[in-house]
Design a protein around this ligand. Structure first.
Ligand SMILES: C[S@@+](CC[C@H](N)C(=O)[O-])C[C@H]1O[C@@H](n2cnc3c(N)ncnc32)[C@H](O)[C@@H]1O
Length: 280
C-alpha cells in the first residue's frame, strides 16, 4: 500500500509535526457555534478537515451527504478509525483513545491503546479494509511515542475539544450521533480545494481557514473553483478567523456576504466566520 510507505517515510524522517500531512486528531474550530448558521438537514456538504469532526457534526445536524476534500492523504483512514471508535466505544473511551495525541503514553496511556483497538477492529475491518490494514500495521510495528508523529502537535485540550464538538458535549449527544452516522454517505477526495475539479454541486461548502495559508491569486482561484460547485442559495464558509480580526485580504473580502462573530466561552469568544451566499 502506497499510504504505508508514505507514513513510514514521515515517521522515519525528522519531518515537522505541523505540515498538512499530519492529522488533526480533533477540530480546533468552534464548529458547535457555527453549525446553526448552515442548513444541513437533508442537504449536502463539501468540507476540508482531516479530523473529520466536520463530518461528524454535520451528520449530527442531519446532513446525509458529505464530501471531504483534503490534502492530507490520511484523512480517509483516520475517518474510519474514528467512525469504528464512535460505533464501538462509549464517549469516555472514545476521548481517551483519540484525544491528547501529544507527549506520548506518559501523557495519555490510553492513546491508540491496543486493548481498546481490539474492541473496534472487527467493525473497522467491515467498514473499510484498507483502513483496518493500515492501523493494524502501524500499531503492530510502531511504538505510540513514535506513532504520535502522524498527528499535529497543536495542543488541544479535552475541554476545548468537547466545547467545539456538539456530538461530544454529553453522553446523550454521543449516543445520538451513533444512531445517525450510518445514514450519512461520506466520500473522500485527496485533493486541493484551490483547483480540485468536482463533478457535482453542493449546498454547503466549508473551507476552514485554508485562506490563511494561500497567496492572493490562490485565494481567488479557491473562491472561483468552489463557487462553481455551490448550489443556488448555498452557503460557503470562506474563512474561519481566530480573533476578532477583520480579514483585510482584498481577494477574500470582495466575496464576503456575511461575517458572524461566534457566540462562545472564554477561549472561543473571539472567533468569527466569513460567509458567501450564492444567489441567482
Ligand atoms: C487549514 S487546516 C486547520 C484545521 C482546522 N482549524 C480544523 O479544525 O479542522 C484544515 C484542514 O485543511 C486541510 N488543508 C489545508 N490546505 C488545503 C488545501 N489547499 N486543500 C485541501 N485541504 C487543505 C488540512 O490538511 C486540514 O485538514
Amino acid at each position: 500500500m502506497d499510504i504505508i510507505r508514505e507514513v513510514e517515510n514521515h515517521l522515519n524522517n525528522e519531518k515537522e509535526y505541523n505540515s498538512f500531512f499530519n492529522i488533526y486528531s480533533f477540530t480546533n474550530e468552534n464548529i458547535s457555534s457555527y453549525i446553526p448558521f448552515f442548513d444541513l438537514k437533508n442537504k449536502s456538504l463539501l468540507t476540508v478537515g482531516s479530523s473529520c469532526d466536520q463530518v461528524l457534526n454535520a451528520s449530527y445536524s442531519g446532513c446525509e451527504d458529505v464530501t471531504v476534500c483534503d490534502v492530507c492523504s490520511l484523512t480517509k483512514y483516520y475517518y474510519y478509525l474514528k467512525l469504528a471508535s464512535l460505533l464501538e466505544l462509549n464517549r469516555d473511551e472514545f476521548l481517551k483513545f483519540l484525544c491528547e495525541t501529544y507527549n506520548g503514553i506518559e501523557n495519555n496511556p490510553y492513546l491508540l491503546n491496543k486493548r481498546t483497538f481490539n474492541k473496534i477492529k472487527n467493525t473497522l475491518r467491515n467498514l473499510d479494509y484498507d483502513s483496518y490494514y493500515l492501523w493494524i500495521y502501524l500499531l503492530s510495528n510502531y511504538d505510540i511515542n513514535k506513532l504520535e508523529k502522524i498527528f499535529r502537535n497543536d495542543i488541544n485540550i479535552k475541554k476545548d475539544i468537547i466545547y467545539c464538538n456538539e456530538y461530544l458535549k454529553s453522553d446523550k449527544n454521543f449516543k445520538h450521533l451513533k444512531s445517525l452516522i450510518m445514514n450519512t454517505k461520506v466520500n473522500f477526495i485527496n485533493g486541493n480545494v484551490v483547483n480540485e475539479k468536482y463533478d457535482r454541486l453542493f449546498d454547503n461548502i466549508w473551507l476552514s481557514n485554508v485562506a490563511h495559508y494561500l497567496a492572493n491569486d490562490e485565494i481567488n482561484n479557491m473562491f472561483l473553483n468552489n463557487e462553481k460547485a455551490l448550489s443556488i442559495n448555498g452557503k460557503m464558509l470562506l474563512c474561519y478567523l481566530w480573533n476578532k480580526e477583520i480579514y483585510f485580504n482584498k481577494e477574500l473580502n470582495k466575496y464576503i456576504t456575511e461575517r458572524i462573530i461566534l457566540p462562545g466561552s472564554n477561549i472561543h469568544e473571539d472567533n468569527s466566520i466569513l460567509i458567501y451566499k450564492k444567489t441567482l
